[in-house]
Design a binder for this molecule. Sequence first.
Ligand code: SAH
Length: 344
Amino acid sequence: MRYIYDLDLNELKEYLMSAGEPKYRAGQVFSHLHKGYDVSEIPNVPKSVRENLEAEFITGLPKIVESQTSKIDGTRKLLLELHDGAFIECVLLQAEYGDTVCVSTQVGCKMGCKFCASGREGFIRNLSSGEILAQVIIANKLKVRSEKDESLRIVMMGSGEPLDNFDNVRKFFELVGAKDGLFIGSRNISLSTVGLPDRIRDFADLGGGVNLCISLHASNDKIRQSIMPTAKKYPIADIVSAARYFFDKTGRRVIFEYSLIEGVNSLPEHALELSKLMRGFPCHVNLISLNPTGVELSPPSREIAMRFMDTLIKSGVSCTFRKSKGQDIDGACGMLKLRKKGGT
Ligand code: SAH
């Protein structure tokens, strides 16, 4: 059985029309589902139609089984149970300019980055397009809208590697951008990847305007290989060349993410090496300090982090240092974990 949130408007139309319903019915159902109504609650749709939908499809948003709010910055982490009993986490972040939801794209992760908790318990399955969308629907329902009613931003930076689930992620972009649905524009979406060059090119070919972030975290292959298994297969030069392809194709600046790790990638020589790599390339470097995830790696002091940033800026590299949010609830980058039934 298909998950009802996996269907785009045309697919829903096809089903409803084949069941003898008028053309406009699909729009009614689609827009209410995406606003967060349960099938049983959709107004102005006959009960028989709602019952048929419930019989024909898996319905219902994932259940919120746990919700934690950061005492420091208000970041909220949700533990969601999917229809097959799998768990995922998603995070709601607040800023003056509006809210951001950080969504997961897989249950667990195969990439195995040493510093990240998301793949430590392995990989279970891909999320479907509708399961990624459902996290946004839930966040949209919970979000406290400001007077200006800014649109919700989406970062695909939760558990999982989005480009390892390419087809579902591509359909997710269509669903979340649908005019009759949430209508969230691609400029409000950022996708973060561990750096899979061929998939980055495929992503660029979509030409959709979604922002691309690449988790670099090292200024040379040796360091990268020591913390990210995928670096053995994909050298930095290939990733940078794919990033250039993305820029040439879309005209959009790539963001390189760099989590500073004490004694590993945060020395002055690394800053110089990184600036050589980035110089002249239309990109931005987003620095953060490593979030603790229970491994023998720690963040550097603030002084070291600031010195690293200064070196990049003096070399003409566009760069910002971002403070982590949601650390106290294990909701910051790399802290989302695979949770199993009966586990912790
Ligand atoms: N698989 C994607 C998205 C997942 S995580 C990717 O690799 O980009 C989102 C970001 O958090 C990535 O840049 C990831 O490398 C980073 N990250 C993971 N663990 C971290 C940690 N402990 N501290 C800081 N950043 C971390």
